[in-house]
Each structure stands twice: as C-alpha cells, then as structure tokens.
Design a protein. Structure first.
Lengths: 206, 318
C-alpha cells in the first residue's frame, strides 16, 4: 500500500511535474538501477531536494528508500509526523547525540541492517547555495559500521531556485540532478571518509 | 483521441508542404551521411546532430500543427512557457522577483485563451498595454528597489518576445479573416515557419560558404554580410516558391518574404547580443546541436507578429 502511494506521488506525479514544468534534468540516474542498497549523500538548500531525489529512484524499491529528516524540524505535530512517514517515507532522527537511548546513528544503522537505503544530507541542514558546508561526522560513523554499502554522491544543481529557503511558491527553473559513481574509500578513518566524500561532491559540482 | 485524429483535414497545399519538408530532411540526412563517409570533419558532425534535431522538431511541429487546433494551442503555449523558463533561468533575476515571475507565467494561458477565442483587441493589448503596466507595478509592490530597473526591463521584454510574439502563430490558426474566402490559417502558419526557418538555415549556409565581411563584429562573429544578403535573396525565392500556401500575389510575396528575412535576422541578432552580454554561447542545451529553445525560436518570435499584421493589412485592403 505504502509502495503504491509512493509510486504515485514520486515516480508518477513529481517525476513528470519536475521534468515537464520545473525543467529538472536527470543526469546519470541509471546508476541507481541495479543497486539494491545504497546511501545517497546530497547537498541541501531547499525542501525540493528530497522531492527531486525521491523522484529519481526506481519505483521497484522506492518504499525501501528513506530520507533522513530532523525530528525537531519535521516532527512537531502528529499531522506532520504522519505526513513525513507516509508521503515522504522519511525517518525522523534526533539532531544531537545527547540521549544514549535515542542515538541517531543507531537508528540509521538499524535501517541499514534491515536492508533499507538512506538519503542523507551530510551538511546537517539547508546551507548557503553554492557553498558546500563541512560534512557532519555522523556520515563517517555510519560508513564505518557499514563499509560494504555503496555511497553515491548526488549533486543538486540550482534545484534550490525552484523553492528557495523561506519561500513557499514553487516556480520553474532549468536545473539538474547529477548522480555520481559510488565513492571508493581509501581507509575507514573518519577523516578519510569525510574527505573522499567531500571530494566526490566537489567533482560533481563542476 | 479519435476526435483529435478525425479533425485532420488536410488541404492539398498542406500535404505538399509536408512532403517537401520530409524530402528536405531525407535529402539532408543522406547528404551529410555521405559527406561524413567521404570527408569526415567536425562541421559535418555538427550538421548531422543538427539534422537529427531538425527531424525531431519537424515531427513534433507537424504533429502539433495538423491535429486538432486545441493541440496546436497547447503546444505553442508550452513553447512560450519553455522560452520564458529559459530566459528566467539564464538572466539571474532577484529573489524578490519570484512572485512577479509567477504572474508572467500566468499571462501565457490568458494570452493563448484570447488567441483561441479570437478576441483580437484583447489579444493585442493584453501584454503591450496591461502587462506592460502591471508587471512593473507588481515589482514595485515587492518593496525592493535595488536593481529594480533591470527587472522592469527584462520581464516585459521577455513577455513581448516569448509570449506576445509567439502567440501570433496561434492567432493565425483560427482568426476569422485568416480562415475565409479560400485562405487557410494553418497554411499561413506553415508558410511563416517554413520561410523563417529556411531563412535561418540559408543565412547560416551562405555565411559558412562565402562569409567574409562581418556585419556585427562585436556581437556575433558568425554573422556576415554575405550570409545576410544571400539569406534574404534565397528566402525571398523560397517564399515565392511556397506562395501557393498564401492568397498573395507575386509582389506581395516578395515584399513579405524579404521583410520576414530581415525581421528574422533582427531577432537572431538581438538574442546574440543578449547571449554575448551574459557570456554564454547557447541559452541552454535543450536541443542537441542547436543550443536552447530560444536559440531556435529567436527569429520566430520577431517574425510572427510582423507577419500576422502585414498579412492582415493586405487582406483587409485588397
């Protein structure tokens, strides 16, 4: 049931809407086609980012892909929670790691162990367009615990212009979403992981 | 669906044009294929890419223009929309202009509705009179005056070229005077698009073969006097040969085709200057080999309205 809702919303509605009206171009989105499980890391400037990424995911396993969202921002009311759960397929996590029973890394890790895929915005929140903020360490912890999972960088080029921060009117703008190849990490050191994923993103930006 | 295809009622003239267009495409495809085999070069590769895109554009255009008029209106409206989107994506407008852009997009369905209903006066004044005043005022309402004059210039101009100009193509189709006494609006539409695109191609070909003296050296190095004059002459000849689509006599045909060639050149030059100012070669990469949508329709947006009004003048005075 959830799968059908998600397919109707993303693979049919958002995909065509973004392609025809917004002018979104999908670059190299076929790289997702034969991968069962992956972590997508993307730059984050607008709420459209999640819609754009979700619309590019093959409908076959769209129900197994969960965008990660901050609980303090999106989990305010029950209505919002239900919306996020069923219409965005999101997993809400705590932003800080103060509460050991509610560790965000643990909950993301659990999802991965259930062979789910994740969409992460490692910058932590919507940043300044065009400027890549330092990636948060959470990404590194996650990859250290699951070194076999494909990490695919996604760069959203100008997508934020269709819905900039603080605005609520979606307007057309020629933009593109670029998928990179899975990142190869030299070692499982925290610095190495963050550096190579940042480098992979910079490469896509050009 | 049946209703759409049942209304395909092609007069023999239009069948001829379709045959001519397909013959030209087949000829060009074979020519460049052989050329590429005998003497491959970068130019031929580009020409092959362009021809491929021409195939796609011709098929879409012919399909849209010969099925039900409503499809033609929707297709032309969508073309206006793509043009505006391309302009607004390139020109780096201020963030406060977003709400005004919304009204610019809204003006497309309104303008095409007027064209569809044949409300001639409303159609004529909606953008040059009303939107010309409303859009700057909406910009004022945003309250941000820094760089406002830039937006005040860009938005109405983009509407004039992208919506007002192109919508004249749609007005041709069922404007009463254009569809009576043996005059067919569809045939006129085909005639206009045929000579405009022929003019683009001819100016390009003459310029490539004989081009020496630059006509606009600081704006576009590809435009030459030889290309311009050769283009105007060959467009006039082509216009006379395609005259069976129109109710005009030979002198009127010469006058109309040569002025369309000049107007087409002007549109091309205007867009070249805009692109030069923004330091881009093409508006976007929507059509392989040609650049953006606007790189293809730039000349059309300046020929459509003069063509319509000249023909209208000729028809009501004769």
């Amino acid at each position: 049931m959830k799968k059908i809702i998600l397919i109707i919303i993303y693979s049919i509605f958002w995909k065509n809407f973004l392609k025809i009206f917004i002018g979104l171009k999908y670059v190299n989105e076929k790289t997702l086609k034969n991968k069962k499980q992956f972590i997508l890391i993307a730059n984050h400037n607008s709420h459209m980012d999640t819609m754009a990424i979700m619309s590019a995911i093959p409908s076959r396993y769209i129900h197994k892909v969960h965008p990660i969202a901050a609980r303090d921002f999106f989990g305010g009311s029950l209505f919002k929670k239900i919306l996020m759960r069923y219409l965005v397929n999101a997993t809400l996590i705590q932003r800080d790691r103060d509460d050991p029973n509610n560790d965000p890394i643990d909950s993301m890790n659990k999802m991965l162990k259930k062979s789910r895929s994740l969409i992460l915005f490692p910058e932590g929140s919507r940043g300044i367009p065009g400027v890549m903020a330092k990636f948060k360490k959470g990404l590194g912890y996650l990859i250290q615990r699951n070194p076999e999972i494909n990490v695919i960088p996604v760069y959203l080029d100008n997508v934020y212009k269709t819905l900039p921060r603080g605005k609520n009117l979606i307007l057309p703008y020629n933009c593109s979403i670029k998928f990179g190849d899975p990142i190869k990490f030299k070692s499982m050191e925290m610095d190495d992981i963050l550096l190579s994923s940042e480098k992979a993103m910079q490469k896509l930006m050009k | 669906m049946n209703k759409i295809f049942n209304s395909i009622n092609l007069i023999p003239e239009i069948q001829w044009v379709i045959a001519i267009i397909l013959a030209i495409l087949v000829f060009a495809t074979i020519l460049f294929w052989f050329w590429n085999r005998i003497k491959p070069s970068k130019l031929v590769d580009e020409m092959q890419l362009r021809t491929k895109s021409w195939w796609l554009m011709c098929i879409i255009f012919l399909f849209a223009s010969i099925v039900h008029p409503v499809v033609t209106y929707l297709a032309l409206g969508f073309l206006s929309f793509l043009t505006l989107r391309e302009v607004y994506s390139l020109l780096n407008l201020r963030e406060v202009d977003r709400s005004v852009l919304f009204f610019c997009y809204i003006s497309i369905p309104i303008q095409y509705y007027f064209a569809f209903k044949g409300y001639y006066t409303l159609f004529l004044i909606f953008i040059p009179v009303f939107m010309f005043i409303i859009v700057p005022f909406l910009l004022v309402l945003t309250g941000e005056t820094k760089d406002i004059i830039r937006s005040m210039c860009i938005l109405p101009t983009s509407l004039m070229l992208g919506v007002f100009g192109i919508s004249h193509l749609a007005l041709l189709i069922n404007f009463p005077e254009m569809n009576s006494n043996g005059v067919s609006g569809k045939a006129l539409l085909l005639f206009l698009i045929f000579i405009t695109e022929a003019n683009d191609i001819m100016q390009f070909v003459w310029g490539k073969i004989f081009g020496k003296h630059k006509i606009l050296p600081r704006v576009s190095p590809n435009k030459t006097w030889e290309g311009f004059i050769g283009g105007v002459i060959s467009t006039t000849i082509i216009g006379c040969l395609m005259g069976f689509l129109t109710p005009l006599n030979i002198w009127q045909l010469i006058a109309i085709s040569s002025s369309m060639a000049v107007f087409g050149f002007m549109g091309d030059a205007i867009m070249s200057a805009v692109k030069r100012d923004f330091g881009v070669k093409d508006m976007s990469s929507a059509i392989p080999g040609h650049g953006g949508i606007l790189d293809r329709v730039d000349s059309l947006s300046t020929t459509a309205s003069p063509f319509f009004h000249l023909i209208y003048l000729i028809l009501i005075t004769s």
